[in-house]
Design a protein around this ligand. Structure first.
Ligand SMILES: Cc1cc2nc3c(=O)[nH]c(=O)nc-3n(C[C@H](O)[C@H](O)[C@H](O)COP(=O)(O)O)c2cc1C
Length: 317
């Protein structure tokens, strides 16, 4: 029987070496994060776009489900409220902080002051080294296969060994781990752990509308396309009428509330993500990873864990 790697991120020691990636806006809320934590992974609430009260409620909900498992918060560095969201999470006694779509020294300082492990998402060895020097407890290397915003055009399988060789902290791989075949492939690369998004977005506990999840099930290989996000990064998404519309030209905003530190204003990404999450796919942006076509059914988080880990033994200690 194959023994799984033991993932240790500071005081966070999950039974299985897996983080459920944060998925905004409100796709990964307390229900999903709590279920993943209960099964023995690390569950992440996507804090981007949440007010403090909402985030506190979601953290408490996740904890009530988690049965003592580990719950973290992920926020996009690009969000104007980034530090405020993370400070709220720390105030709620969160186990772990993960930063996506950018790099933040302030977050690493916040984590160190409060003894909370911080895990930046990186796409280069250079940034991983900087993160380690500034006190990161682990890094996630995300490749071009991942759902959501992307910091690279390179495969996670190519980037991983470069980052792993450059740092001593644990390195998790993200992008294109959607089923057991993918998991076994990256375990063969001796990864310290995996971060998985798309597979969990198509779970019963995911907060996305059923039509969002059905769009995942309809996806065929090669259906995921690269979009230009107003954040200034590319992103992986499934085609919708909305994507056809933005391909024709900008959709200027009437009531912009300045939710991003920098925004090209070609369209409102927050509203587009909320529309998709609510099931209005014609007006929405459906983020999805390149391996979404491998998902054949919506499963419970418990069944996703079984599909990944049956026959693989967690390492004790
Ligand atoms: C619907 C969706 C929303 C996402 N939103 C975020 C986010 O808010 N912050 C973030 O750091 N990453 C986000 N991601 C990326 C995931 O956290 C994760 O790293 C990625 O999905 C891993 O690749 P996979 O989709 O191939 O499993 C999102 C991914 C998806 C599919």
């Amino acid at each position: 029987m194959k023994i799984l790697p033991r993932l240790v991120i500071g005081r966070v020691k999950p039974r299985y070496p897996i983080i459920q990636g944060g998925m905004a806006i409100r796709v990964s809320t307390g229900r999903l994060a709590g279920a993943v934590a209960r099964e023995g992974g690390i569950g992440l609430i996507a804090g981007s776009g949440m007010e403090a009260d909402e985030l506190r409620q979601e953290i408490r909900l996740a904890r009530s489900i988690a049965n003592g498992g580990f719950v973290g918060v992920n926020t996009l560095v690009a969000a104007s409220q980034f530090m405020r969201v993370m400070e709220t999470a720390v105030d709620e006694g969160i186990d772990l902080l993960v930063a996506g779509a950018g790099f933040s020294r302030d977050l690493l300082t916040l984590g160190q002051r409060n003894g909370v492990p911080v895990v930046p998402i990186v796409s280069t060895a250079r940034l991983a080294v900087l993160a380690e020097q500034l006190g990161a407890s682990a890094v996630v290397v995300e490749g071009k296969e991942a759902g959501g915003h992307l910091g690279t055009t390179k495969s996670s399988r190519v980037l991983y060994p470069l980052v792993k060789a450059a740092v001593k902290i644990p390195v998790l791989i993200a992008g294109g781990i959607t089923d057991r075949e993918d998991l076994l492939e990256v375990l063969g690369m001796n990864v310290d752990g995996v971060q998985v998004g798309t597979r969990f977005a198509a779970s019963f506990e995911s907060n996305a509308a059923d039509s969002f999840k059905q769009r995942y099930l309809q996806a065929r290989e090669g259906d995921v396309i690269k979009i230009h996000s107003p954040v200034g990064l590319p992103g992986n998404a499934l085609s919708t009428a909305f994507l056809d519309r933005i391909a024709q030209g900008p959709m200027p905003l009437e009531n912009c509330d300045g939710c991003l530190k920098r925004c090209s204003r070609i369209f409102c990404i927050v509203r587009a993500l909320i529309q998709a999450k609510d099931g209005n796919l014609d007006k929405g942006l459906v983020f999805a990873g390149e391996h979404v076509y491998k998902i054949k059914e919506i499963l419970s988080v418990a069944d996703i864990f079984k599909s990944f880990f049956t026959g693989l033994e967690p390492k004790d200690g």
